[in-house]
Each structure stands twice: as C-alpha cells, then as structure tokens.
Design a protein around this ligand. Structure first.
Ligand SMILES: Cc1cc2nc3c(=O)[nH]c(=O)nc-3n(C[C@H](O)[C@H](O)[C@H](O)COP(=O)(O)OP(=O)(O)OC[C@H]3O[C@@H](n4cnc5c(N)ncnc54)[C@H](O)[C@@H]3O)c2cc1C
Length: 379
C-alpha cells in the first residue's frame, strides 16, 4: 500500500493506538478518531495481562503502567476450591495509563464519534458528529459495539456479555494472588484482584452483574470505600475481519479469549498481523494469517465455553473437581494466553476418561445440544 494512502483508525483504545504506532513505524500517517475527549477513559477493564503483553510485542511497551505482579490464583466453584501457583504469571496494570502510553504522539481527533461509514469509489466517507472524513482505508478499532462493523455489514456471530467492577479501598489477604470464583453457568466468574497499593478490583462477568457483585461482596465480607465503578461489554464469538478496503481489529473484531474474556493480548497481536497486511498492500492476507494464528484456539475455547454453559451442576462439579485434582498440570503447562494446550493435555490423559464419560452422558440427554456442539467443532 502506498504511504500516501489515507488511513483512518476509528477508536483510540489500546488496540487502535498500538496499530497506529505500528503503522507510523512503517511510514504511514494514520489518523485516529476518538469519541471521548481523552484516551483511556472511561476504564472498562480488570487490567490483568500476561507477561506476553510486555515481552512479546514488536514495539517495546512501556512498563510504567504495571502496578503489581501476580504469582497465582485461588479458584473456587460451589464451595470447592484450589490454588494455582505460578510466579510472575501476570501483571496488574493501570489501564488508563497503559492506553495513554500507547497513544503517545499519535494523530488523534478527539470528541469525534463515527456515526456511519459509507463506501464510495476508492474509499469511504465517515460521517461523524464532527463533520465528514474521507479514507482510502478504514480500520474499526472501536470496541465491542463497533459502528464500523455494523455500518459496513461485517458478518459476525457473537454475544455481548456484561462486566462490572468496583475498585475498593481495602487490604487483600494476599497481595500477589487473584481470586476467581466461577458462577453458574460455568463460563461466568467473579474476581478479586489486588492492585498492590491498598486497593482491590472486585468485578464480575455475568448475566446480572450488579446483583451478583453486591451478593458476592456481602457473602465474602468485602467492604471499604468504593473509589471507582467500571462497566463494559465483552464480545465473545467470531467475526469477519476484512471487507473490501475496511478491516476490524481488537474487540470490534471479537478478538477476545473465550474462556477468560481477556482481549488485550489477542488484540495487540492481531494488530501486528493487520499492520503487516497494510504494509504489503494485501489487506485480505490479514484474515488468512489471523485464522492460521488464532482461529483454531478460539474455536476450541468457544466449544468448551458452549459445553460449560449448557451442563448441569452435577457434571460441572465433576469437571471442577477433576481440574482441581490436576492443578499441578495446569501450573506446569498452563499458558496465560493459550488455553487449548491445557485442555488437550487434560483430555488426552486417561485419568480424564471417567469425567469425559460423565460429560458425554450429560450431553446424551440432550441430542439438540450434541448437534449444536458438533456444529461448533473447529474446522
Ligand atoms: C469489565 C471488563 C474487564 C476486562 N478485563 C480484562 C482484563 O483483565 N484483561 C484483558 O486483557 N482484557 C480485559 N477486558 C477486555 C479489554 O478491556 C478489551 O479487550 C480491550 O479494551 C479491547 O481494546 P480495543 O482497543 O479493541 O477496544 P476498546 O478498549 O473498547 O476501545 C475502543 C475505543 O473506541 C472508541 N470508540 C467506540 N466507538 C466509537 C465511535 N463510534 N467513534 C469513535 N470512537 C469510538 C472508544 O471510546 C474507545 O476509546 C475486560 C473488559 C471488561 C468489560
């Protein structure tokens, strides 16, 4: 693609900004449109990221936003629990600062909200509350409710989940451990994350997050001054990435880990693939390379998520206690970003067969569910 190509990135979240930095480094001059008056606000994130975010990116990522280092997790479900130990497995970041650092010296038009994108010859007209913009190439990095995705009719199969979080002034029992409490359906969970400075983030992704969080805090005795409330949507599913001279990246493209709902690492890695495709003048190669890199992983995890959401309590408890018995395996081979590796090792272990048997028995009671699961099998 010519360096004079007019590229507009809609959305100056972490993924839009990281893509912007990659393109600037390649000699392009992208313009970012951001609906808010500054980058990083409002925060809609629990701010836990694997080390890969700082160690595996092509451009050095500032470590200034790191607030705390995590050495493991207490995992609980229905009165049963286990501990996972893994030193330096993840970081807790100040998400506002993280986004601001990524946006440094980018050309961003603030208070500019995309209303609609229209294809025209050689490009797009972007209608905003701040007038019209022309772009030869438009990138939707505008989050879960992407206007680029909707107005250019990208095909998607996704569900938006609701997340809600409080930052609470209190000293946690452990400064370097997170608590994860699964709720039913099993794909949803509540967390307690120590920021490391006398503040914890207590949040949940579930169907009724306000009530769930209130009940959880009462039950676990979490109290203290609430200094901030964060809410946001999490897209889980799949999405078309390229359509003519437009592409999606990050949450707009549903590049989110289906089991833990983390989107920062996948989004940033996907931005690298997109930047390469733009540089090579072959936008369609982004879709192909992304599928090679991530599609299998996401589809396996979507299938697991679907199964977990549809199993009865008895089967879920068996699965949980099996995972608990194999916590050491997860500690050894678990990967913060790649979850299917652990799933495969659990499934291929002969000791799993009775648990898989219960799972299959549970599924057999519902042929429609079997059919829907088969349709979700990674191709
Ligand atoms: C409660 C919660 C907790 C989470 N916790 C974690 C976590 O711990 N770890 C993790 O990795 N991920 C987490 N995530 C997911 C993570 O926040 C997202 O994956 C990440 O923010 C995606 O970045 P993005 O740049 O694609 O989208 P966003 O961060 O949503 O940024 C999109 C940007 O586009 C702007 N925008 C939107 N629409 C328009 C428009 N029409 N015109 C102009 N600008 C627009 C927005 O203002 C925003 O700045 C969490 C999400 C939620 C909701």
């Amino acid at each position: 693609m010519k360096k004079s190509t007019k590229i507009i990135i809609v959305g100056a979240g972490p993924i839009g900004c990281y893509l912007g930095q990659l393109l600037v480094q390649m000699g392009f001059d992208p313009l970012l449109l951001e609906e808010h008056s500054e980058v990083g606000k409002p925060v809609q994130c629990a701010g836990i990221v694997g080390r890969g975010v700082f160690e595996e990116m092509r451009i050095p990522i500032s470590k200034k936003p790191i607030l705390n280092e995590i050495a493991g997790a207490n995992v609980a479900f229905n009165g049963s629990s286990f501990v996972l130990n893994r030193s330096k497995v993840a970081y807790i970041i100040d998400r506002e600062m993280f986004d601001k650092e990524l946006s440094s010296s980018l050309n961003i038009e603030f208070n500019t909200q995309l209303i609609e994108a229209h294809p025209i010859k050689d490009g797009y007209i972007l209608k905003t509350n701040n007038g019209e913009y022309f772009a030869n190439l438009v990138i939707g990095a505008d989050g879960p409710n992407s206007k680029v995705r909707k107005s250019l009719n990208f095909v998607s199969d996704m569900k938006l989940y609701r997340g809600y979080q409080y930052r609470v002034k209190m000293t946690p029992k452990q400064q370097d451990f997170v608590d994860v409490h699964y709720v039913k359906p099993f794909s949803l969970f509540t967390w307690v994350i120590p920021e490391g400075n006398g503040t914890v983030r207590v949040g949940t992704i579930c169907n009724n997050p306000y009530q769930e969080l209130a009940d959880f805090m009462e039950k676990t005795g979490i109290s203290g001054e609430i200094v901030e409330k964060n809410a946001g949507a999490i897209p889980i599913g799949t999405c078309q990435l390229v359509r003519d001279n437009a592409a999606l990246v990050g949450d707009a493209a549903c590049q989110v880990k289906p089991i833990t709902s983390g989107g920062i690492y996948y989004g940033m890695k996907s931005a690298e693939l997109l930047a390469d495709a733009i540089k090579e003048g072959d936008l369609a190669s982004y879709q192909k390379r992304w599928s090679e890199e991530f599609e299998q992983e996401i589809r396996v995890c979507l299938l697991v998520r679907y199964i977990m959401e549809n199993m009865g309590d008895d089967v879920l408890l068996k699965i949980f206690s099996y995972v608990k018995d194999n916590a050491n395996l997860i500690e050894k081979i678990g990967d913060f970003e790649n979850h299917s590796s652990v799933l495969w090792s659990l499934v291929l272990n002969p000791r799993t067969y009775p648990t898989i048997g219960s799972l299959l028995m549970g599924m057999a009671k519902n042929p429609k569910f079997i059919l829907r699961s088969l349709l979700r099998l990674p191709r």
